[in-house]
Each structure stands twice: as structure tokens, then as C-alpha cells.
Design a protein around this ligand. Structure first.
Ligand code: ACO
Ligand code: ZN
Length: 281
């Protein structure tokens, strides 16, 4: 865990370069000090190793044999794959991932002891290999039934629907576990926006595709979204109506119009049949 002084530390890196992307960092990340006072940190997009110069990265790339994230490929659909990685078995790779993601995550403690976590890494495949787009971590045992600890889309890939895909995947795992899940709190602003959008879309879609009356409870059980998140979403969308002492879920024009606009974007979706996974025992 982090010390207080570490939390308060100011941003120590300006830029990172990964593959063909150069991005500005957002927050402090505890890379070793000798790497942080450089103009730009060069990161191998396959093993996530880091280098203080482009020259050193290039020299590394000639030797680096890694072409995809470690662990098991548990999902493959079109060019998107998910890898399940045990933080205890792949310590170096997972620690490097945490260092990288800390550059864009600020609001909560990030655990540098990776042992208690599984990492679900989403990658896009091409001729050169499987390139990391984003990931989420998940506690092996969560007392609060959190199904996501930290979630990140690398900045160079944000706002193109990949975050939604990560979130959808996390709930697909919960369905296989026969559990309801919720992300770890607190959420960042971006995290909250993305989850709200996902919850709203999922609930509205469920209502549109069900003929009979459906309760908050039914929606929770079918989507693996915990009751509280379903309820808050329905309240926020003004869909909770009372009539003669009974509660009903009612779609309104505003919600339907928004849903229509979202669906027109034709974003990638998770295809459950492409997930080959059993809950770890
Ligand atoms: N402004 C407004 N709405 C947004 C924004 C934004 N910058 N980003 C996401 N949204 C909302 C939108 O409704 C969006 O749908 P739209 O594009 O159709 O309008 C929806 O979220 C989904 O967007 P995606 O493109 O699927 O999400 P993205 O790939 O950008 O990933 C994520 C979202 C993971 C939160 C990303 O912003 C990120 O990595 N942020 C930095 C790290 C972070 O804050 N993670 C969450 C911490 S909380 C936790 O870990 C449990
Ligand atoms: Zn490498």
C-alpha cells in the first residue's frame, strides 16, 4: 500500500511513449527515481518494461520476444482478445502494468502487491502480436463483492468504446460466477461517467426486450449489476413510477431517444460464446 507522503507527491513524469503513441501522463507514478527525471519514459508495449531513452527501448525491442500479454487467453472475438493473468505468477509484468496505469489513476490506493489480484487485459491483435488497449484488476476474494478493483483504457485508446467493452466483460465474468458485482469505490469522474452510461444502456435494453413486468430484482439477476446500482440508475433516469401503491419501471421519451443515439454508434460488444472461462476455484 502507499504511504501518505507518496499519495501527496506531485506528478513526476511528463510523457510516456508506447508503440507509435506518445501521451501526456496525468498523475504521479512510483517508477524508480532514476527513470522519472527524463523528458519522456519509453515503454515496451509488449513486456511493459521501461527505458529512459528511445535508443535503449530500440535496443530492447530487438531482443524482446514477448508478443502478447502473459496468462491465458480466455476470450477471442474478431481482433479483440482478453487474457487472464494471475498477479502472483506474473509479478513483473503485473507490477509494470500497475506502474503504467498509476500514471492515469489517482483517486484511490493502487496496490503494488499484485498477489491478491487477477488482471484481465484486453488486447487488439495484428500481425505483430496482441497490443494492450486496457485492463481491469479484480480481487481474488472480495468481501464486498466488487467485480472490478481498477479499470483503465490507455489514453491513446479512450473514448472509442473500449471502456464499455471492459465493463461489459467484467459483468460477463460475474454472470458466470452466479454473482452480482459492482466496481470498487470511490469511482473517478471518468469511471462514474462510463459506469452510468453502461448501466443505463444495459437496463434500458433489458426493458425494451422484455414483454412482462420486470422488477429491479429481475434486472439485477439478469445483468449481474447489484440492486443498488440498478435502483440508482432508474432513479437518475426518472424511470421509477408509483401507481396505486405499487412501483413500476417506465421508459420515458428522453431515455428512449438517448438509447437510440447510443445504439446508432454500433460499438463493439462482448460475445459471451467467445468467452472460455470457468470461475477460479
Ligand atoms: N467525457 C464524457 N463522457 C465520457 C468520457 C468523457 N471523457 N469518457 C467516457 N464517457 C462516458 C460516455 O458516456 C461514453 O460513451 P460515448 O462515448 O458513447 O458517449 C461512455 O462513458 C463509455 O466510453 P468508452 O469510450 O467506452 O470509455 P473509455 O474507453 O474512454 O474508458 C475509462 C473509460 C476506463 C473510465 C477511461 O476514461 C479511463 O481509463 N480513465 C482513467 C482511469 C480511470 O479513471 N478509471 C476508472 C477509475 S474507477 C475504478 O477503477 C473502479
Ligand atoms: Zn519488451
Amino acid at each position: 500500500t502507499q504511504s501518505v507522503s507518496e499519495v501527496a507527491r506531485v506528478k513526476n513524469l511528463n510523457k510516456i511513449q508506447m508503440g507509435k503513441h506518445e501521451v501526456d501522463t496525468w498523475y504521479f507514478s512510483p517508477y524508480p527515481i532514476e527513470y522519472t527525471h527524463v523528458e519522456c519514459l519509453y515503454i515496451c508495449e509488449m513486456c511493459l518494461g521501461y527505458f529512459p531513452s528511445n535508443f535503449m527501448l530500440k535496443r530492447h525491442r530487438q531482443k524482446c520476444t514477448v508478443t502478447h500479454p502473459p496468462g491465458n487467453e480466455i476470450y477471442r472475438h474478431e481482433d479483440v482478445s482478453f487474457f487472464e493473468i494471475d498477479g502472483r505468477r506474473q509479478k513483473v509484468w503485473c507490477r509494470n502494468l500497475c506502474l503504467l496505469s498509476k500514471c492515469f489513476l489517482d483517486h484511490k490506493t493502487l496496490y503494488y502487491d499484485t498477489d491478491p489480484f487477477l488482471f484481465y487485459v484486453m488486447a487488439q491483435r495484428d500481425d505483430a502480436g496482441a497490443h494492450i488497449i486496457g485492463y481491469f484488476s479484480k480481487e481474488k476474494e472480495s468481501a464486498e463483492n466488487y467485480n472490478v478493483a481498477c479499470i483503465l483504457t490507455l489514453p491513446q485508446h479512450q473514448r472509442t468504446g473500449f471502456g464499455r467493452l471492459l465493463i461489459e466483460f467484467s459483468y460477463e465474468l460475474s454472470k458466470r460466477e452466479h454473482k452480482l458485482g459492482s466496481p470498487e469505490k470511490p469511482l473517478s469522474d471518468l469511471g462514474l461517467l462510463s459506469y452510468r452510461a453502461y448501466w443505463a444502456e444495459t437496463i434500458v435494453e433489458m426493458l425494451l426486450h422484455t414483454e412482462e413486468d420486470i422488477s429491479i430484482e429481475d434486472i439485477a439477476n439478469k445483468t449481474a449489476i447489484v440492486h443498488a446500482d440498478v435502483l440508482h440508475t432508474c432513479q437518475a433516469l426518472n424511470m421509477l413510477k408509483q401507481y396505486q401503491g405499487k412501483h413500476y419501471l417506465v421508459l420515458n421519451d428522453q431515455v428512449l431517444a438517448k438509447h437510440d443515439r447510443q445504439m446508432k454508434k454500433k460499438r463493439r460488444r462482448i460475445h459471451p460464446e467467445a468467452l472460455h472461462w470457468q470461475p477460479p476455484k
